[in-house]
Design a binder for this molecule. Structure first.
Ligand code: NAD
Length: 329
């Protein structure tokens, strides 16, 4: 089976070549992202493998169907970048990796919190330059702080567990509250109540019409002055312009983001010698209390193993005509 893997990075190739030994699929690795302009590269392949910023819209789907692509194996959990109706209309199956190490993302959210709070990134640079001063490095204890968790699925639930270890009070909002979390002491409240009471708000819900820009100027008005906002879920959960305004007004005390609404033109690329034309990211980078990582929360050895082996199993099931347990429809 011939598979074109898009948005390929050296680590993707390393993991897929290592574990494909047991499957013997014929992979071609394309560095370019997939979109309607690059979709012609899929000619001669049976399936494609894509990642978070590949653009699988109706136009791309047309090209894929013309090239007889029968399977899209998404090597991530989120599928907001895939037009599922268009895929169905063209009889192209879509499979994904529904769960891979929720700990990887929950622990990265914690890393953002601790770094922003205790300023270890600044301390590291200072000490290396012989500056041993503590001025402006003051943080706060997480113990007894109120953490608001929006979305308590696999990642949100793991995040609740991790944060309870710090002695935090955990408030949560989800359209489907979890009995198991309630038993562990998590308190479900309305979204407004969560915004009002939380010292730290962490987003773990999917990007849907109902969750787009859930952090905006109206929700910011409800929050405590100096609130910390953490987004490791999807960029468009946050209205970037409103958040920049909130940072300028000192309403937001700290912002940690692993995802960004316009990330597809920036993330996963080395642009250090380029002129960056995205004024929002430049403005965000100008704040001393903003920490941005380039969609790396998933990036642990354990998660890469799960992503690779589940994707290979998904493709194998399709090839053998077996039930597609990880199909998205
Ligand atoms: P999940 O499906 O297990 O959980 C999502 C939860 O959100 C569910 O409990 C669902 O009921 C809830 N939800 C749905 N609509 C909601 C709404 N309107 N308000 C509040 N909650 C709502 O998903 P997961 O595996 O926990 O992943 C969560 C998100 O994390 C994914 O959608 C993806 O966008 C993101 N993610 C990011 C990375 C990364 O590297 N940064 C990696 C994996 C996943």
């Amino acid at each position: 089976m011939k598979i074109a893997l898009f948005s390929s990075k050296p680590y993707d190739q390393e993991y897929f070549e290592k574990y494909n030994v047991d499957y013997q699929f014929d992979f071609t690795f394309f560095e370019t992202p997939l979109n309607s302009h690059t979709a012609n590269l899929t000619k001669g392949f049976d399936a494609i493998c894509t990642f978070v910023n590949d653009k699988l819209d109706a136009k791309t789907m047309e090209r894929l169907a013309e090239n007889n692509i029968k399977l899209i194996a998404v090597r991530c959990a989120g599928f907001n970048n895939v037009d599922l109706d268009a895929a169905k209309a063209k009889n192209i199956k879509v499979v994904r990796v529904p769960a891979y190490s929720p700990e990887a993302i929950a622990e990265h959210a914690l890393a953002l919190i601790l770094t922003l709070n205790r300023k270890t990134h600044k301390a590291y640079n200072r000490v290396r330059e012989g500056n041993f001063s503590l001025n402006k490095l003051i943080g706060f204890n997480l113990n007894n702080k109120t953490i608001g968790v929006i979305g308590t699925g696999k990642i949100g639930a793991t995040f609740c567990k991790v944060l309870s270890g710090f002695g935090c009070e955990i408030l949560a909002y989800d359209v489907y509250p979890s009995e198991a979390l309630i038993e562990q002491g998590v308190k479900y409240v309305s979204l407004d109540e969560l915004f009002k009471q939380s010292d730290i708000i962490s987003l773990h819900c999917p990007l849907l019409e109902s969750t787009k820009h859930i952090i905006n100027k109206d929700s910011l008005k409800l929050m405590k002055k100096g609130v910390m906002i953490i987004n490791t879920s999807r960029g468009a959960l946050v209205d970037t312009a409103d958040v920049i305004e909130g940072l300028s007004q000192n309403k937001i005390g700290y912002l940690g983001i692993d995802v960004y609404e316009q990330e597809e033109n920036l993330f996963y690329q080395d642009l250090s010698e380029s002129i960056i034309h995205d004024d929002f990211i430049l403005r965000l980078n100008s704040f001393p209390n903003v920490l941005i990582t380039s969609h790396q929360a998933f990036f642990t050895k354990e998660a890469m193993f799960e992503i690779t082996t589940t994707t290979l199993e998904n493709i194998k099931a399709f090839k053998n005509g077996e039930e597609l347990v990880n199909e998205v429809n």
